[in-house]
Ligand binder design. Structure first.
Ligand SMILES: [Zn+2]
Length: 293
């Protein structure tokens, strides 16, 4: 389950209704919907539900960067780095990438966390981080996402693929934020070019925002560090950093221990997202949500 402590619908609707691209979008109170003409122009038959759904401009508020890694990229990075992925989750010699990541079906909650723990073995430097960020942005844009919130837990990665210099967590975030800025500039330029060329319904450029994640399986001191990092980045990158996220294995840590850090984040103008309710236990929920459930 995913909870925004303050629903951002107003802002999203304001965004889609006021930006200069709004002539391509019809906005009602519930959803933003492409015109039939633009669906037909870009993707073919609007009567086909797959075409129609793909064509809808979308708002994606729950994207974990590592969870968005392309299968092909994961296996390429593993090969480049000589990393053996856990055979319990991944095929040892993947020939069919679409099926190679899903050795365990159905996966337990623990399987999911174990599987995700494999990804940092391959995304172990800033070069790979920039690559997976850029690819994730391309993939969301291809699905016609117009507003994306990408979240990731800052880590200390290697600066380069060769060498042993370790980067700061701040460098991790800046690598993502620069990839976002680069993508937005390119997408904006692509859109303007298509307009100039007279393309009737060019894809609306995607806007992306970043959340600094706080992993509940790590220490409370780590949470304070990430809040401070998010506050600093928000000042530096202004609109690009919108909040902090409470995430990680729900069998570890307790929200109460992290509450003060999140209150500080709120006080400094950051928004909060919380992962909760993954276990069938009321104690897993923050008190305020628990009292309302
Ligand atoms: Zn999540």
């Amino acid at each position: 389950m995913y909870v925004h402590t303050k629903i951002r619908h107003d802002e999203i609707l304001h965004f889609v209704s006021t930006i200069k691209y709004s002539k391509q979008i019809i906005v009602n109170e519930e959803m933003t919907i492409d015109t039939k003409e633009s669906i037909n122009a870009r993707n073919g038959d609007a009567a086909d539900p797959h075409v129609f759904i793909k064509s809808l401009p979308k708002v994606e508020l729950h994207a974990h960067l590592n969870g968005c890694i392309r299968d092909t990229t994961l296996f390429e990075l593993a090969e480049e780095r000589g990393v053996s992925l856990n055979e319990h989750h991944f095929a040892t010699e993947p020939t069919d990438y679409n099926n190679s990541m899903y050795n365990v079906r159905p996966r337990s909650l623990q399987d999911c966390f174990d599987m995700f723990a494999e990804i940092p073995k391959c995304v172990d430097d800033l070069v790979a981080l920039a690559r997976i960020t850029s690819e994730a942005l391309q993939d969301f844009a291809k699905e016609n996402v117009v507003y994306l919130e990408l979240r990731s837990t800052p880590k200390q990665l290697l600066v380069a693929t060769s060498g042993s210099e370790i980067a700061e967590k701040r460098d991790y975030c800046i690598t993502i934020l620069k990839s976002i800025k680069d993508f937005e500039q390119r997408d904006e330029a692509r859109y303007n070019q298509e307009l100039e060329k007279g393309v009737q319904f060019p894809r609306v450029p995607m806007m992306c925002r970043f959340l600094v994640a706080i992993d509940r399986s790590q220490s409370v001191e780590n949470a304070w560090e990430h809040v401070q990092l998010a506050e600093n980045l928000k000042r530096e990158f202004k609109d690009s950093v919108v909040g902090v996220d409470f995430c990680g294995n729900p069998t570890k840590g307790h929200f109460n221990n992290f509450q003060a850090a999140f209150q500080k984040a709120r006080a400094s103008g950051l928004r909060i997202t919380l992962h909760c309710g993954k276990l069938f236990a009321r104690y897993n929920l923050p008190a305020r949500i628990r009292s309302n459930s």
